[in-house]
Design a protein around this ligand. Structure first.
Ligand code: SF4
Length: 255
């Protein structure tokens, strides 16, 4: 499908968002303007503005209560496929549940569906998804070997960041998927996914290059493929992350 040309404001908004994804907690916005979620200019006095409030997402992740438990992913899908727990159900085309090996040892978790994912009902199918596929091939894996899901199951309008209330409602769905799949390793793709899963507001730059743990499962945080499309220079660091991930995965498979 042909991409619509994007205007300067949208390019600037995406560049700012990428800076935050790459680990900057604050970005400087010139003059007395900022971009709202729908890319319209708004008058705003402060020169320095936090682009996102990761603390809010961290707080939302901390507030999550236990989800209902199911016997299988299929049973869970049937139970939540018409979910309307947060307002995103009103604007979604398809709920994007997740895809891959139901007994995967390795799970990749992104932030939320984008336009292509919303249309097709499958995670990571756009350009970023194709890049993820190539990354998997580079470490001798494929979509059939792993499981891929997102923090949010429905697309936020204009691909904006998830709101705390949406995370609070949707994260239990993912937690139940993790409980059913029982992966040996998790790879969080991007700052938002990493911060929500780890319940922290630490920047991506400081979350990378170390192992964390979620529910007793080792977790690595690396760049989101969409960020790599905008900043190809970060592919080298991602490759290092992927090699570390594959090494740990291969070790765990021997046990
Ligand atoms: S984003 Fe999650 S909680 Fe919100 S409607 Fe979709 S599935 Fe339900």
């Amino acid at each position: 499908m042909e991409e619509k040309p994007i205007n300067l404001q949208e390019m600037f908004r995406r560049a700012l968002r990428t800076q935050v994804e790459l680990g900057m907690g604050e970005v400087i916005i010139s003059k007395e303007e900022r971009f709202s979620e729908n890319s319209q200019l708004e008058e705003r006095p402060p020169l320095i503005e936090k682009l996102t409030e990761p603390g809010d997402l961290f707080g939302a992740a901390s507030k999550v209560v236990c989800a209902p438990q199911y016997d299988s992913l299929q049973a869970q899908y049937e139970a939540i496929c018409n979910c309307n727990l947060c307002p995103l159900w009103q604007t979604r085309t398809k709920l994007v549940f997740g895809i891959g090996n139901l007994h995967a040892g390795l799970m990749f978790i992104g932030e939320a569906p984008g336009r292509d994912e919303d249309l097709q009902g499958e995670p990571f199918v756009g350009r970023a998804g194709q890049l993820l596929d190539r990354i998997l091939v580079a470490i001798n894996l494929s979509r059939q070997d792993v499981y891929i899901a997102n923090i949010l199951k429905c697309r936020p309008p204009n691909n904006r960041d998830p709101l705390p209330g949406e995370v609070e409602k949707c994260l239990p769905h993912l937690q139940e998927q993790i409980r059913l799949i029982k992966p040996r390793l998790i790879c969080a793709l991007g700052r938002i996914s990493g911060q929500i899963l780890l319940k922290t507001n630490t920047p991506l730059g400081k979350l990378r290059e170390q192992w964390h743990e979620v529910e007793g499962i080792p977790l690595m945080v690396t760049y989101h493929p969409a960020a790599l499309l905008r900043f190809p220079a970060y592919k080298k660091e991602t490759w290092a992350d992927m090699q570390a991930l594959k090494e740990r995965y291969d070790e765990l498979r021997k046990t």
